[in-house]
Design a protein around this ligand. Sequence first.
Ligand SMILES: NC(=O)c1ccc[n+]([C@@H]2O[C@H](COP(=O)([O-])OP(=O)(O)OC[C@H]3O[C@@H](n4cnc5c(N)ncnc54)[C@H](OP(=O)(O)O)[C@@H]3O)[C@@H](O)[C@H]2O)c1
Length: 366
Amino acid sequence: MKTSRRSFIRSASALGVLAALPGCTKALDTTPKPLDILILGGTGFIGPHEINYALSRGHKITMFNRGKTAPDMFPDIERLIGDRDDQLDSLKGRDWDAVIDNSGFYPRHTRLSAELLHGHVGQYMFVSSISAYAESLTVQDDEFSAAYAEMEDPTDESDSIYGETYGSRKALCEQEVTKVFGDNAINIRPGIITGTGDPTQRLRHWLERMQAGNEILVPGQEDLPVQYIDAADLCGWMVRMLEDGSGSGPYNAVGAEDPYRARPLLEGLRDATGSTSTLTWIDWEWIRKETSETPNYGPWYGEGPMAFMQVNNDRARASGLAFRPIANTAKDMIANLDQHTVTWGRGGFDSDLEAELLRKWHAENG
Ligand SMILES: NC(=O)c1ccc[n+]([C@@H]2O[C@H](COP(=O)([O-])OP(=O)(O)OC[C@H]3O[C@@H](n4cnc5c(N)ncnc54)[C@H](OP(=O)(O)O)[C@@H]3O)[C@@H](O)[C@H]2O)c1
């Protein structure tokens, strides 16, 4: 029987599925001290992974959001209604052991919640992004050597949450949390997150194409480095870090141990999913001569290796982050594919153009 996303979300904690997952290099404390955890957000993509894992570990959850996104999700969990912008009253007069802030995108919002919660929560875990780094990032950088992305006017809130200034705003949000919470501030910087519920086409594009079973055009270099992290690995590790109270400062949360390489990654996904697709690699130079279309293949954004796809994860791994095989992620996603709502990001060329490019390429190259 197929598992719907909703039934996955509801049943995972009851079955203890997430508690048993990898994503952990330390011996698991099977009976952690129960924590009261506040989740700012909770009903989008990674929130449900955090909540299910935390429930499976015996913690108590309170959510804070506007009640707009998936209002019926987690009917048995306390939900405080408010808005990061200016309605934080429902958070007043309450105490929690820790907060996970998923929904901070503007420094003013993050400052407001950090200041209000200071003295009322022990640890403030902010979900940032590797986009907080400046374009000058190199493969040699770690959390402390890399420069932050900057914006001209840090008070400018005119951009959409995932707009151009997303990364520089994340950097400023981190700084707001650290100013208020000091050593009790934890800034998690994920790279590309995927897994059950991923609302983007970034991995799903390939899985859907493989399910169709036809020849697939793969642009670019076969050994291009790529990093994905499964939301379940990320969120399990985040919750365990709150349990042992050892987290502090910034962590690059990117997978896997070493970056994947494009060809073995895609061939592995194809084999894991039982697809009969053939993968045809075509370099960008040839493609460019044929079309000016620039599809967002993510993470094959660039035409060569990117530092943002080879981010150093030593600090996170030393604190217990580990990764399930990407084939398992793919299988989970395929089992739930019809329940994923793609809200942003497209993948690949239009199918007619892809077929035409393949036809021409074979005519020239056999
Ligand atoms: N996906 C990736 O690859 C990736 C990579 C790096 C970092 N990240 C970061 O991961 C984080 C997690 O995002 P997610 O969508 O998965 O989180 P989530 O917690 O599952 O969902 C977002 C939540 O925020 C709430 N929310 C949105 N605007 C709000 C507002 N103004 N006031 C109060 N609540 C609000 C939404 O509910 P309502 O709409 O009901 O308010 C929803 O519950 C983000 O910070 C993102 O930047 C993601």
